[in-house]
Design a protein around this ligand. Structure first.
Ligand code: URA
Length: 258
C-alpha cells in the first residue's frame, strides 16, 4: 500500500471512530444512555419532564475545579499563557472559543487547525466555512432566524495538535476542564458534539459517531446531539453523511429554538 493509501485508510478508520488498531481483551466502553429530550406538552396539564439523569464520563468524573462564581472572563484568565501540556510547544494562538456567550446552543469541535491557530478563532478554515453554512442554511430553511455569531463555538483542546493529529487523552483531560467550565458558565439548552473527540470528551464513550449521531445523549444535565465533524463531511466519500448531518442539525435547532 502506498503512503497515500495508508493515510486515506487511517483517515477512514479515524472517521469511523476507530483510534486503536489493537484489541487488548478489555471490554469496550458501553454506549452512553440516550434519551429523547422532552418539550413541554401544549396542554396546561402536561407533566414537567423528569429530572435528567447525570451522564458520567471518564473525564467528568475528575474532581470539579469550577469556581462557584465562574465566568468566561475568569476561564480565559485561568488559561492564561497555558503551558499545562505539550500542545503549547507548537501553538501560535490559544483558541478559546467564539460567539454568543449566552447562546442556548454550543458547538464543540476537536481542536484548532492551521487557520484557527493563526487567527486564534475556532472553525475559520474550510471545515469552519462548512460548519457556518450548515448552521445558517439549515436555520434559514427551517425558518429559524440564526446566524453563526448567535451561537457559541469552541473545541475540546484549545491549542493546535501538531500535524492536526487527534488530541491525546492527557491533553483532552487537562484542556477538558476548561471546556467543562465554559459549558457550565454558558449553561446552554443543548450541546452539539462535532465528531468523535468531542463525543469522547463529553460522553466518555469510544462509540463511533455513526452509532451516536442523531440521538440525544446528555452531558451532566444538558442534552447533547452528536453529529459528524465538518472535516469528515468535506471528504468526497462521505456525501451521504452530509444529509444525515443536516438532519441532526435540524433536530438540534428545532429543539433549541422552537
Ligand atoms: N476543526 C476543529 O475541530 N476545530 C476547529 O476549530 C477547526 C477545525
Amino acid at each position: 500500500m502506498s503512503p497515500d493509501e495508508i493515510r486515506r485508510q487511517l483517515e477512514f478508520l479515524r472517521d469511523m471512530g476507530i483510534r486503536d488498531l489493537y484489541v487488548s481483551g478489555q471490554a469496550a466502553a458501553p454506549p452512553p444512555e440516550t434519551f429523547t429530550p422532552r418539550r413541554p406538552e401544549p396542554t396546561p396539564t402536561a407533566a414537567p419532564p423528569p429530572p435528567p439523569v447525570m451522564q458520567p464520563s471518564n473525564l467528568s468524573l475528575l474532581p470539579s475545579i469550577e469556581p462557584p462564581d465562574d465566568s468566561m472572563e475568569k476561564i480565559r484568565q485561568d488559561i492564561g499563557d497555558c503551558k499545562r501540556c505539550r500542545l503549547c510547544e507548537g501553538r501560535n494562538k490559544i483558541v478559546f472559543g467564539s460567539g454568543n456567550e449566552q447562546s442556548p446552543v454550543v458547538f464543540v469541535g476537536e481542536g484548532p487547525g492551521a487557520d484557527e491557530d493563526v487567527q486564534g478563532l475556532p472553525f475559520v478554515g474550510r471545515a469552519g466555512q462548512l460548519l457556518t453554512a450548515m448552521i445558517e442554511n439549515t436555520a434559514k430553511k427551517e425558518g429559524i432566524p440564526l446566524q453563526r455569531p448567535d451561537v457559541y463555538i469552541c473545541n475540546v483542546v484549545k491549542c493546535r495538535p501538531p500535524e492536526n493529529r487527534t488530541p491525546m487523552p492527557d491533553e483532552m483531560e487537562v484542556c477538558g476542564q476548561f471546556l467543562y467550565r465554559q459549558l457550565m458558565a454558558i449553561r446552554p439548552k443543548a450541546i452539539c458534539c462535532l465528531g468523535s473527540t468531542a463525543s469522547k470528551a463529553l460522553l466518555g464513550t469510544k462509540e463511533g459517531v455513526m452509532k451516536l449521531r442523531g440521538k440525544w445523549a446528555r452531558w451532566r444535565d444538558i442534552p447533547v446531539m452528536v453529529t459528524y465533524h465538518p472535516s469528515y463531511l468535506l471528504r468526497p466519500y462521505n456525501q451521504n453523511a452530509k444529509r444525515e448531518a443536516w438532519d441532526d442539525l435540524k433536530q438540534l435547532l428545532h429543539f433549541v429554538y422552537d
